[in-house]
Design a protein around this ligand. Sequence first.
Ligand SMILES: [Zn+2]
Length: 402
Amino acid sequence: MHDDLIALIDRFSQIGSTMDGGVRRLTGSPEDGAARTLFAQLATERGASVITDAVGNMFATFPTAPDADTTVLCGSHLDSQPTGGRFDGTLGVLAALDAAAALLAEGTPLRHNITVVNWTNEEGARFQPSLTGSSVFTGKYTADFALGLRDRLGTSMGEALEAIGWLGEDSLGLTPVHNLELHVEQGGHLEESGVQIGAVTASWGVRKLTLSFVGAPSHTGPTAMPQRRDAMRAAALAITRFHDQMEAETARLHWSAAKIVAEPDSPNVVASRVTVYFEIRNPDQAVCTEVGDRFMQAITKDVAALGCAIDVATDEARPGTPLSAEGVGMTLEAASALGLSATPMLTITGHDALALAAVMPSTLVFVPSVGGLSHSPLELTHPQDLRNGGAMIQALLRRLTA
Ligand SMILES: [Zn+2]
């Protein structure tokens, strides 16, 4: 008898567990390696063959249609934020594993195989950009680009994956006909509306604007104040302006300036280059663009007055992506058949399912997050909601492979 979904989640939450009840499993870390090893072992025990591609994406194919060269992809990610919760990503991989194993065990031949996937570096915590593995799979990024991404200590993603033994060379070898992902909502919509299942129709757009403020290095003691070109001060001014402006905008926005990298990073040198990661989100990408442009205009003069320049390190638009309309319909039907309440909804956050939607029909299903909290050790989805999600994945895989 195999562990049920809740027991599986408990096992993974011990890998990289933190004192405050969360998990820390950064891509390419020993904890990521341990989670990968356990996933491969559990999938193999349940009858899957596991392969790893050039960027560490893991594909565990359950031969539910041994004569077919087609498969349904179902999975999520096992990496986490530094302050990750137990369910973000892990739920999607383990619900897929549990459901695929159950369908294989029934022994009825299906129309397609089922491939449970662990996508590499979904979180983008250690290596940016996020959604790395799934975006290489779709051809948005090359494997060389992804493997060359460096963390703040200069280690590349390729080196990190190789160090933990999870740099592969295989390719899927089957034609995927549909992608399915279960995820915790990471927002409060389902909980507030008292609905059990979210059928995600599309994502909000986001503008990811990474700006480097460029000044000049000099001693923090003797350098005369008017001579300083202080990139930290320019960054501080920009961050303050950013929040003030976003608060005053009339559009419904979610925004952040969440990461800062200072160079040369010494308390005794005036910062010469400070890079800030800004994000602006709205259902409509055009709004993100306009608001971001207004922000750039608003800070350019004042940053120049501090003797600093602005270098646009990256300016990435991720427009709202529609998911499979057929998948949304199927999700609502499957929920109704299981006696669960369900609603169509948008996602504010990025997911591998959105990356995959570029190349195949892709379906994303949400279960509630208590308090809408995520990327936090306090992230929580109740056991019954986890089970509901697992039942939904099994029901949807059944429909997609029948
Ligand atoms: Zn996630």
